[in-house]
Design a protein around this ligand. Structure first.
Ligand code: NAP
Length: 359
């Protein structure tokens, strides 16, 4: 028997789709991704980008407070060792990313969602029912193909990093790829900060960070921003933003106890280097959608994001295949918008099946 709904991906979009699909009696099956070294390096482990962040202060419903007591009752004991923050001796403020994702996952499971901790390696969406081929990490092989009447793709996107060892060393201790998520944390307040990039995201992040930072250095590899003129104007007029033109981030500087303390910048036009003091380094050099396994199967835009084909719907170019979250959204990229489109995708899938008499 084909599955009624298969959801690929396990960020806020995937779990919200699963919660709605499960409550509609569609018995969803979620492929949450495989736990492999390759996925760790790429930033595509299960539970998505939120699982790689610390505090989440902008997801509605989790105001500041000690979340540990709630987590103890909401999550089975087996999950709790994974929640490093939950076991910290001091109260955690509100919720952090891994906790929020563990709660969403559990909520989906509570309503009957089945979860397989593997990737989908490739799909055949030209056949119906659709064919999905999962990985089998234990045997380093492939599992038997799964047939599906509808598919919700919620594989998200990953932030681009430069690939410096020092970036890895200080991730979550001053190195971030999301100013909106992390900018207001105490470690960044009233301190100089570095933003790398020259697009709209970099300008937006730099401008946003001036609310907290004493000064923001924008490090861009050319002498001209890619960002739209209006955004450029805003950044260039901001007295707290200092442009570091023709510079590349060479190394994030820091130590074990303080995390990030500065950045070494190298000129892109001569051999000069300089060091700036900074308590944070924000990478804003674009994102890459996780759509490699879909090439040729569903319409993507030129950056590789899935194209939504009908306004206000999560429809893709293949009927019966829906997309939710960052995999189809290079613009908002927030947990709450991903969750919203996850809900939409489940409702779209349910109605599509109902219209065909399958549900
Ligand atoms: P983007 O437009 O692709 O810009 C990426 C920036 O990072 C570019 O300035 C690029 O430099 C730089 N970069 C890329 N790889 C690099 C590397 N290896 N080393 C150093 N620098 C590197 O990406 P984005 O800013 O994330 O924007 C994505 C999309 O979302 C765009 O369409 C944007 O307009 C939109 N967006 C809109 C808003 C808004 O309107 N409020 C806000 C955010 C994003 P070069 O310029 O030299 O290539």
């Amino acid at each position: 028997m084909p599955e009624k709904v298969v959801i690929i991906g396990s960020g806020p979009a995937g779990w919200t789709a699963a919660i709605y699909a499960a409550r509609a009696n569609l018995q969803p099956l979620v492929f949450e991704g495989a736990i492999t070294e390759e996925n760790q390096i790429k930033g595509t482990l299960p539970l998505g980008q939120l699982n790689l962040t610390t505090e989440v202060e902008n997801y509605p419903g989790f105001p500041e407070g000690d979340s540990r007591e709630y987590l103890r009752t909401a999550l089975p004991p087996a999950v709790q060792p994974y929640l490093a923050q939950a076991n910290k001796p001091q109260p955690s403020p509100g919720i952090n990313g891994p906790e929020l994702m563990a709660l969403m996952r559990q909520q989906a499971i509570n309503f009957g969602t089945r979860v397989i901790t593997e990737d989908i390696l490739r799909v055949d969406l030209q056949r119906y029912p659709f064919i999905l081929v999962p990985s089998d990490t234990a045997d380093q092989a492939e599992r038997p193909p799964v047939e599906a009447l509808t598919v919700i793709i919620a594989t998200g996107a990953r932030a681009n990093y430069l690939g410096l060892p020092s970036e890895d060393q200080f991730k979550n201790r001053g190195v971030s790829a999301c100013a909106v998520c992390d900018g207001a944390l105490p470690r960044f307040r009233n301190k100089p900060l570095v933003v790398v990039g020259g697009g709209d995201s970099a300008v937006e992040e730099a401008t946003y960070l001036t609310k907290f930072a004493s000064q923001v250095y924008m490090v861009h590899r050319r002498d001209e921003l890619r960002a739209s003129k209006i955004m450029q104007g805003r950044a260039l007029a901001n007295p707290k933003i200092t442009m570091k033109w023709n510079r590349a981030l060479q190394e994030v500087l820091g130590n074990e106890s303080d995390g990030v303390t500065g950045a070494r910048l190298a000129s892109t036009v001569d051999k000069e280097t300089e060091e700036v003091a900074s308590s944070g380094v924000f990478l804003a050099i674009g994102h890459t959608p996780n759509t490699d396994f879909l090439r040729g199967q569903v319409e993507l835009d030129k950056a590789g994001y899935i194209r939504w084909t009908v306004p206000q719907r999560t429809y893709t170019s293949v009927e019966g295949v829906f997309a939710a979250g960052d995999v189809a959204d290079s613009y908002y990229r927030q947990a709450v918008t991903a969750a919203g489109t996850g809900c939409m995708a489940a409702l779209d899938a349910e109605r599509w099946l109902a219209a065909r008499g399958e549900h």
